[in-house]
Design a binder for this molecule. Sequence first.
Ligand SMILES: Cc1cc2nc3c(=O)[nH]c(=O)nc-3n(C[C@H](O)[C@H](O)[C@H](O)COP(=O)(O)OP(=O)(O)OC[C@H]3O[C@@H](n4cnc5c(N)ncnc54)[C@H](O)[C@@H]3O)c2cc1C
Length: 572
Amino acid sequence: MSLVFRRPLSGIDRPQMPADVVIVGGGPAGMACALRLSQLIDAHNTADPDAQLSKENIYVLEKAREVGQHCLSGALLDPRSMRELLPGFEKEAPIEATVDKEAVYFLTEKSKFKLPITPPPLRDHGNYVISLNRFVKWLGGKAEEKGVTIFTGFAGSELLFEGSRVTGVRTDDKGVNKENEKKSNFEPGYDLKAKVVILAEGSRGSLTKQLIQRFQLDWNLNAQTYGQGIKELWEVPAGRIAAGEVIYTMGWPLTAREYGGAWIYGGKNNVVSLGFVTGLDYRDPRLDPQHVLQEFKKHSFVTQLLAGGKMIRYGAKSMPYGGWWAVPPLAGDGWMIIGDSAGLLNSQRLKGIHLAIKSGMLAAETAFEALKKNDSSAAMLGQFQKKVESSWIKDELWKVRNFHQGFEHGFWPGMFHTALQQITGGYGVRNRYPSTLGYQRMKKLAELPASGGAEAHLLGPAKGDGKLTFDKLTDLYHSGTRHEEDQPAHLILQNTDVCNERCIQEFGSPCQNFCPANVYELVDDITQPEGKRISLNPSNCVHCKACDIADPYQIITWVPPEGGGGPNYDGM
Ligand SMILES: Cc1cc2nc3c(=O)[nH]c(=O)nc-3n(C[C@H](O)[C@H](O)[C@H](O)COP(=O)(O)OP(=O)(O)OC[C@H]3O[C@@H](n4cnc5c(N)ncnc54)[C@H](O)[C@@H]3O)c2cc1C
């Protein structure tokens, strides 16, 4: 059976739509950007009734069926940027609790050690426990009230260019079948011709990737690295954890070789957000981040918290870990990049929402000036870069610019570098620590112990007992994932021969392991050299982008499926 992959249909007459600003992605970055832009236009129109600016042609494209459905986070909100965007927002925003208690533990297999003091980066007093899904829904509502148009169920599928200028965005074609042919309900995508395009697609954005590759924006950057967050939401018996209580753990079940850690946040009504982030730069291709979370839950510390409780939701998402040295140029001719798409995340604090919001606000201020002057050249939009560099975004990220790289040689050297960086303003042993692409650190099976060695408990699929631990399909069921079945695969494998002939033998097909949703499976096929071939279940995809990031041959490209498909992170 041959696989047919999604690609733009040719020879199609696509409707054109003029736009002032198109924001691709309606997460915290995109929504904050839309809202701030409309605030600025309102203020301008009130102050100067003779020089009115219109808000009619400001569009947000969001691939989810409803705003917030694809938003997954821990989530603790540092309220700094929200207080700038909407002073007093706490009165009406959906906030679960205010953090008033936190602790950090180091776990071994059988014990736990509480750090006597909470390290400053993990102090969360006064931050808010939120569901990012609900928060973004609310923020999107604010933008809509202000007159911004949000197109939900529409993915940005391609950027439009004229020479070196970005001139707009093409939305996804709808009604295309598995063979990449039109169905009777076919609707071509729109060509939104925009003065300014703002990319707010989150981690490993697909249009952002196109832009970075086309203009080689990363030529002098550190490699972008990523973490894979696997999250479950639990309802637990009353009294186990208070709303507003925050726990971080390091250590078990990871060994000192892998990077990662867990969070446990107490929300309202005895709901607990619990998850594990595993750096996508581990060496053993058999390691499975969903399995890591299941092992974590088996620690007596966590078992006691969850006993008698019920897992109610599941999700997975990557996050950029590379830090300041991996941030690409933020603006050019006709475009800007904000939020996680730009890598503006503080991995030491496991926080990016406040930075996404602030970057969205600064991009909005730049877009506003561009509209007023009718100039969206690189020189004009380049002001955004300057604004970010003179804002607290740079201050915050500069102090942790070498944080993740410090862990490249393992946990203990990482702790040493962290301590040194803490007292040298992020410098450590040098101003810029280098970094390695995560997939390049993956070893071939022949170089690893067949038994799995110290990592044996993290390898391969988790079986799950159905109460405390779960296999992937059971977890996946709780993500609410749904796609139109009859559409071409949106995970594009450039060369399946590499999968079936080389990868299977050299790495044991790690896509089966790093994918948290069982999209990649090996099935029997006697025509293949190894008697097996790779098979795809794209409808399972939760849009985490791990495959695009971690594949050791870099032959997988994630592109958005037909708009509206994907997980439903309701309440996550
Ligand atoms: C497991 C996990 C835990 C985290 N915990 C915390 C935490 O506790 N506190 C904190 O501050 N941060 C946390 N973060 C980080 C935080 O969630 C992100 O930094 C933040 O969500 C980034 O916002 P964003 O708007 O840039 O991207 P996102 O939140 O990813 O939003 C991007 C949006 O764009 C849409 N989109 C993407 N591509 C397209 C396209 N081509 N066309 C149309 N729409 C598109 C997506 O559907 C999505 O709605 C966590 C992240 C993870 C993964």
